[in-house]
Design a protein. Structure first.
Length: 254
C-alpha cells in the first residue's frame, strides 16, 4: 500500500481521463491520494474530488506565487474550508524565489499568516520551497515550531538543509526528481531516516524515470518508492509500510 501525499488532479490536464487516472492509482496499490490546493478555487475543487472518492483527501492554502492575493477575507474562507472532514492540511504554502510573480515580502506575509492558521487549527502544513530553503527555515524558527508539523514537499535542496528540516520536526518528500539520472538527491535521501519520509508525485509535473517528460500521475509514486528502496537497500514493502505509516500519522488519515 502506498499513499500519494501531493497531487494536483484538478488541473485541466486530467479533464479527459481523471477517473481513469484515479483508478490506475488504486490498481497500482496507491489507496490514498492527497490533492493539494494552491488557492481558494482549487481548494474547492480538491474538496469536491475528495467528496466523490473515499480514498481522496484535500488541503486548503494559497501558493507563494499567489501570496499577494491573500486578504483577511480569503484567510477566513480558508479557515472555513479547513473545517471540512476531508481536509487534512494547510498548503501548499511557503516561498518561491524562482518565479518572479510575487514580491518576497508579500510571499512571506502570506506564509506567516497561513502558519498561524495551521497552528490555530492544529493542522500540518505542506511547504513549497523553490530556491528559498534558508529563508523558509528562518521564517519557521521565528514563528516557532512548537505544535507545528508538516512536510517539505518536492525536496531538492542539500543534505545540510534536510538535516535542519528534520531538527525542526518536519517530514521530507521527494518527487520524480529523485529518479533523474543526474540527480544529486539519492545522496540526500540516503542520509535521511525512513520514519521522516513521504511519497509524492506532484503530478502532473516531474514524472519519474522511465516516464520522464510525460504527464505525471499518482500511480507513478511506485517508481519513487522503488528508487528509495534501491537507495536504502531495503525491500519495497518496507518503504511502503514506513511511508504509509508516516503519512497516516502526519495527516491524521483514516
Amino acid at each position: 500500500m502506498f499513499i500519494e501525499t501531493h497531487a494536483h488532479l484538478y488541473f485541466d490536464k486530467f479533464d479527459e481521463d481523471r477517473e481513469a487516472v484515479i483508478e490506475r492509482a488504486f490498481a497500482a496499490g496507491v489507496n490514498k491520494i492527497i490533492n493539494i490546493a494552491t488557492d481558494v478555487e482549487s481548494a474547492l475543487q480538491c474538496i469536491e474530488l475528495a467528496e466523490k472518492n473515499a480514498g481522496l483527501y484535500a488541503t486548503v492554502g494559497v501558493h507563494p506565487n499567489d501570496g499577494a492575493s491573500l486578504s483577511s477575507g480569503m484567510l477566513n474562507k480558508l479557515r472555513a474550508l479547513a473545517e471540512h472532514k476531508k481536509v487534512v492540511a494547510i498548503g501548499e504554502i511557503g516561498l518561491d524565489f524562482y518565479w518572479d510573480t510575487c514580491p518576497a515580502a508579500l510571499q512571506e506575509k502570506a506564509f506567516r499568516a497561513q502558519i498561524s492558521l495551521a497552528k490555530e487549527l492544529n493542522m500540518p502544513i505542506v511547504i513549497h520551497n523553490r530556491e528559498a530553503g534558508r529563508e523558509i527555515i528562518d521564517v519557521l524558527k521565528s514563528e516557532g515550531v512548537d505544535g507545528l508539523r508538516g512536510v517539505f514537499h518536492c525536496f531538492s535542496d542539500t543534505t545540510a538543509l534536510a538535516m535542519e528540516v528534520l531538527e525542526l520536526g518536519f517530514h521530507i518528500s521527494f518527487t520524480g526528481n529523485l529518479t533523474f539520472k543526474k540527480s544529486t538527491l539519492p545522496a540526500v535521501a540516503a542520509a535521511l531516516p525512513l520514519n521522516r519520509l513521504l511519497l509524492e508525485t506532484d503530478c502532473p509535473f516531474l514524472s519519474p524515470e522511465p516516464k520522464r517528460g510525460r504527464r505525471n500521475e499518482p500511480a507513478r509514486v511506485v517508481y519513487i518508492a522503488e528508487k528509495l528502496a534501491e537507495i536504502k537497500g531495503i525491500p519495497l514493502e518496507e518503504i511502503a509500510g514506513a511511508t504509509t505509516e508516516n503519512a497516516i500519522s502526519l495527516f491524521g488519515l483514516k
